[in-house]
Design a protein around this ligand. Structure first.
Ligand SMILES: NC(=O)c1ccc[n+]([C@@H]2O[C@H](COP(=O)([O-])OP(=O)(O)OC[C@H]3O[C@@H](n4cnc5c(N)ncnc54)[C@H](OP(=O)(O)O)[C@@H]3O)[C@@H](O)[C@H]2O)c1
Length: 329
């Protein structure tokens, strides 16, 4: 699978809870479906109830069809249906993100794996209702808020908890050093669709390093990954750009692109493979540790972005949440 890359089938307990943001299509869909087929309870957090409900229906239909055809991989239970639920989450709205967090906490669920996957790519310059550049908020800041509030739940959920970021090689084309005016996309003349997308993906890698420093001694590991160049709906946001559409078309023509399942292989592996238990600070590509740009590993840059994120979210992060996040309580 994916150029010879594959993930192991790991029987998972129904008590193991896996949260996948953006699980209704693309990489998130494949990850949610395959992890649910291994037995876990999966929550897909999505902005559209209709799309999420249709996705859950399709997952169950595909599961049933594979059972009937006898094509389920060895180790997958042949009985029962998938435990996949939907919860509403619009990462472009901090209010919606907070409502999701409150609903998740109120559900009393544990949380073992948090797959920060939802994202948008290479958008033209635009802003969310909270005034942040859209890719910065959807890909990075919204997930920061979820993690800040749900880490306490993960700390009490049991063993082998994992936070995983679907980052991207596009982080190589980012703004290297944190500059507030660039993150805020203040100047349309220096805004770049690739540059700002890459920066949001770089910030996820910074986030991994910052979090894992603070989560040392807990049973929560933090990893990042690049899925490859994958033929998902991600391209819908750049069909208006001849240059971006041509770039993706060329990759496709040259055979550099992957199917959604091939791309999701690294996500699924990071979520279930026992070899990653307790492993943090790795950037995975084709299920193997790979190297990041040196700016991603710069601790001074990482901590600047962390501090700025806390500032952006100050109205949504009570003192006790920050204390817990910083390991002070
Ligand atoms: N495809 C690639 O080549 C590639 C390469 C590197 C990294 N990635 C990363 O992989 C991740 C998944 O992308 P994909 O390729 O699977 O793309 P996709 O097919 O477009 O899926 C993206 C998912 O994110 C969700 N999403 C977008 N905006 C959201 C919002 N405001 N609130 C909540 N959910 C939102 C989408 O929901 P809707 O369906 O409602 O829009 C969808 O479920 C992204 O973080 C992307 O940056 C992709």
């Amino acid at each position: 699978m994916g150029g010879g890359v594959s993930f192991p089938v790991v029987p998972l307990s129904r008590d193991r809870v896996v949260l996948v943001t953006g699980g209704n299509t693309g990489l998130g869909y494949e990850a949610a479906k395959h992890i649910a087929m291994m037995g876990a309870s999966v929550v897909i957090a999505c902005r559209s109830q209709t799309r999420a409900t249709q996705a859950i229906q399709r997952m169950n239909e595909e599961f049933r069809a594979s059972k009937e055809a006898g094509t389920l991989p060895e180790g997958i239970s042949q009985t029962g249906s998938l435990a996949v639920d939907f919860m509403e989450l619009d990462l472009a709205s901090l209010k919606s993100t907070m409502a999701f967090i409150e609903a998740f906490k109120a559900s009393g669920r544990k949380l073992h794996v948090l797959l920060c996957n939802a994202g948008v790519a290479m958008l033209p310059r635009g802003f969310t209702e909270d005034g942040h550049e859209t890719m910065f908020q959807v890909n990075y800041l919204g997930h920061f808020l979820i993690i800040a509030h749900l880490v306490p739940t993960m700390k009490t959920s049991g063993s082998d908890c994992r936070i995983i970021f679907t980052s991207s090689q596009a982080h190589m084309y980012s703004e290297r050093e944190f500059r507030e005016s660039k993150v805020k996309a203040e100047d349309p003349a220096v805004y770049g669709r690739m540059l700002n997308y890459g920066t949001s993906k770089l910030f996820q890698i910074h986030h991994m390093f910052c979090l894992s420093r603070r989560l040392k001694g807990t049973d929560i590991s933090v990893t990042c990954l690049h899925p490859g160049i994958v033929r998902t709906e991600v391209t819908r946001s750049f069909t208006d750009s001849t240059a971006l559409a041509a770039m993706f078309g060329t990759f496709r023509m040259l055979g550099f692109t992957k199917t959604p399942l091939q791309g999701a292989t690294t996500l699924i592996d990071a979520a279930v493979n026992t070899v990653w238990r307790g492993v943090s600070d790795v950037y995975l590509m084709d299920c193997k540790p790979s190297s990041t740009h040196s700016c991603a590993r710069n601790q001074e840059y990482q901590e600047k972005v962390w501090k700025y994120s806390l500032e952006c979210l100050k109205n949504y992060l009570p003192e006790d949440v920050v204390d817990s996040l910083e390991g002070r309580s």
